[in-house]
Ligand binder design. Structure first.
Ligand SMILES: Cc1cc2nc3c(=O)[nH]c(=O)nc-3n(C[C@H](O)[C@H](O)[C@H](O)COP(=O)(O)OP(=O)(O)OC[C@H]3O[C@@H](n4cnc5c(N)ncnc54)[C@H](O)[C@@H]3O)c2cc1C
Length: 291
């Protein structure tokens, strides 16, 4: 060993020592993540919802479902954090058996494993119930350092699930994040508040909800789609999580979903006398406060 050190020469030795010190510092300051739980909701494709013209009611019957748009950003952020800090990305969904489809997509995009809670979940579960289930999943996984979710869902958009999960687990929550940085034992997020950006940080483990501007989600490749079929999708029922139905039966019920009333004035101006028509138009616009 002594000969080897002599042979290295002083300058090479200095290089080696500084490299070892750097590695040590790196190990101290770059946290190795354990698990990153990304919550993925299967929501309605809101662009294809149908509105009954006479009643104004929105029908979800027959509407296709897809991965909630904000959750694509949550997943992308989870994958980017894993690429920098290590760990495993676990995609989690709650809902009917069909949520498996969005989890297959999440695996193809880059999640390592997936888990869904299905058996016994009420069809009209509310945000409180979903948050209760996700909290139980967090506790079951036991090694989660970071929970990432979308800022809201494109269909029901209550934006309650993230803060509720944090509250029930006693974890800090950073909502509406447009950038996330994980280092050492904390997470730093820039929060997008209208009229200002807040730079906030909190210790890990934590819950973070993200806005769409945070990143550009990657698309799955043919290879990753094929590879996804080998990844694990675990299914759990409420009873396996030790959840009683009283904790997930909805307290909030959605009675009806209407499209906003958009009543038109149906004002028709006679254009045969352009001068009269234009002055009438100006006076009508003034009446409406447009001019
Ligand atoms: C008539 C009716 C039908 C419904 N059908 C369904 C259905 O088919 N599927 C369904 O999931 N819910 C369904 N729900 C439940 C409803 O959408 C819930 O309130 C819900 O899942 C929570 O969504 P949110 O809009 O409150 O979430 P938000 O708080 O707005 O969402 C924030 C984030 O929480 C996470 N999240 C939310 N919900 C889930 C979830 N289910 N799984 C994993 N992560 C989640 C996502 O990361 C999301 O970006 C239905 C409710 C009603 C009234």
């Amino acid at each position: 060993m002594r000969d080897a050190i002599y042979n290295l020469g002083l300058s090479r030795l200095k290089e080696l020592v500084s490299f070892m010190l750097l590695q040590n510092c790196h190990a101290l300051h770059e946290r190795t993540m354990r698990e990153i739980m990304v919550c993925v909701k299967q929501s309605y494709d809101v662009d294809s919802l149908k509105v009954d013209r006479s009643s104004g009611l929105i029908s979800t019957l027959g509407s296709p479902k897809k991965m909630n748009d904000f959750d694509r950003n949550a997943l992308e952020e989870g994958i980017r954090i894993r690429e920098k800090a290590g760990g495993k990305v676990i995609a989690v969904s709650v809902g009917p058996e069909s949520v498996k489809e969005v989890l297959k997509e999440a695996l193809a995009i880059g999640a390592d494993t997936a888990l869904y809670v299905s058996g016994g979940v009420p069809a009209d579960i509310d945000s409180r119930g979903v948050a209760h289930i996700l909290s139980k999943v967090y506790s079951l996984l036991a090694d989660v350092d970071l929970v990432i979710m979308g800022e809201g869902s494109v269909d029901h958009y209550s934006s309650q699930v993230g803060p509720r999960v944090a509250e029930s687990l006693g974890l800090p929550a950073l909502t509406y994040a447009r950038s996330v940085e994980v280092s050492d034992t904390k997470v730093t997020a820039e929060r997008d508040m209208e009229g200002g950006l807040y730079v906030t940080e909190c210790p890990l483990p934590a819950v973070v909800t993200v806005v769409q501007e945070i990143n550009q989600p990657r698309l799955p490749t043919l290879r990753s789609i094929l590879g996804a079929s080998k990844k694990e999708i675990r299914q759990l029922s409420l009873s396996e999580l030790g959840i009683e139905s009283a904790n997930v039966n909805p307290l909030v019920t959605t009675e009806e979903i209407h499209s906003p009333k958009n009543e038109r004035k149906k004002l028709v101006l006679d254009g045969s006398k352009p001068e009269e028509a234009s002055s009438r138009l100006v006076s009508e616009l003034k009446k409406e406060g447009v001019l």
